[in-house]
Design a protein. Structure first.
Length: 351
């Protein structure tokens, strides 16, 4: 998935040479309409940034329009590499109150510019999302003694925040979060979602309802395919591609799957009539496993019983029994289920 960046044509309009004047910087800011200009040397290395605020302060301090603009540039700017995820860019913007972050390569050459209003202002989709965040996280004790599992931080940010920012980046603007265990912690942190570029509503489970039961708590039926996912996932899956897959396949339900590999630590022997026919040394077996991400047609919401523990896998089986088409969307992007200490350590870079 590519992040929202200024087009190459507009990026060029934002750039000035290190020897250009304040007047030229003002023209670049006006033409680029991004409230910033980027100062480059002859090799396109990024030397600094100048905002309209920097120019105002320079002029108020007595500078003229013909003075060299680079004298007033910010050399301690924040930049990122192209490989950084959308959620990490948004995290930097929020932490440093930035509206723009330049993208550079290993030689500090400018290759792009991220804009806050584009990243959280993606074209809104009519699809809603339900994030299941009511579990107790028993397998992660004592980390979850006073903290719901989805609020455990990975690389400085709660897992649930990563999921929300990822969905918002794909234009999902209405998000429901099912809460039960320590749900007030989640609600206090995210509030109504306005600080995260979306509208968040809460589904209160008096008793655990399973991965599907919380859907029955929604105040109204969705009018477009509904995205449902576990709240303990570290993933960069392509939401748009999965929705397109669901629609093009005319599935009533689509589940994301990932390849699970397991290497048997012994030689596997094939035997027929007491004779060894073959030996396969430490083979690796592959299965497709449930990734905890689903897309449901709205009609399926009516089939979820109210106030009953109901795993989504039950709904999938009902669809299969009724010969209704169920799609399997293969994940090729990052995916970690942070349900056990080992997976959490992996997501945190400890192993």
């Amino acid at each position: 998935m590519s992040l929202s960046k200024v087009s190459p044509e507009n990026l060029q309009k934002l750039c000035i040479d290190v020897n250009d004047s304040i007047r030229k910087a003002m023209q670049a800011i006006d033409q680029g309409a991004c409230e910033i200009t980027l100062v480059l040397d002859c090799s396109r290395r990024l030397l600094g940034t100048i905002t309209d605020g920097d120019i105002r302060r320079a002029l108020l301090a007595g500078a003229s329009l013909e003075d060299q603009a680079s004298k007033f540039m910010n050399q301690n700017f924040t930049s990122v590499f192209s490989e950084i995820s959308r959620s990490d860019v948004l995290d930097l913007m929020r932490a440093h109150s930035l509206k723009q972050i330049p993208v550079v390569d290993g030689n500090q050459e400018l290759v792009g510019l991220h804009l806050l209003h584009e990243m959280i202002g993606a074209v809104p989709r009519e699809n809603w999302a339900v994030i299941m965040a009511g579990g107790r996280g028993e397998r992660l004790r004592p980390l979850t003694n006073n903290l719901p599992k989805p609020m455990i931080k990975v690389a400085g940010r709660p897992i649930l925040e990563r999921i929300i920012l990822h969905l918002v980046g794909f234009g999902i603007k209405r998000i429901f979060i099912s809460i039960n265990y320590l749900g007030e912690v989640i609600q206090k942190y995210f509030d109504d979602g306005s600080l995260f570029g979306c509208k968040i509503e809460y589904l209160y489970e008096d008793e655990p309802l399973g991965s599907g039961g919380s859907i029955s708590l929604m105040p109204e039926l969705a009018t477009h395919p509904l995205l449902v996912l576990n709240g303990d996932l570290i993933t960069q899956f392509d939401v748009e591609q999965m929705l397109r897959f669901h629609s093009s396949g005319k599935f009533v339900l689509t589940m994301a799957v990932y390849e699970y590999l397991h290497t048997i630590p012994y030689g596997v022997v094939e035997v027929s009539e007491n004779k060894v026919m073959n030996i396969n040394e430490k083979p690796t077996c592959t299965w497709l496993a449930n990734a905890g991400i689903y897309i449901l047609e709205p009609l399926l919401m009516k089939r979820v019983p109210k106030d009953v523990f109901f795993p989504l896998t039950n709904l999938i089986q009902e669809c299969l029994d009724a010969k209704e088409p169920v799609g399997a969307f293969l994940l090729v992007d990052e995916w970690i289920d942070v349900g056990r200490k080992k997976e959490l350590d992996k997501a945190s870079g400890k192993i």
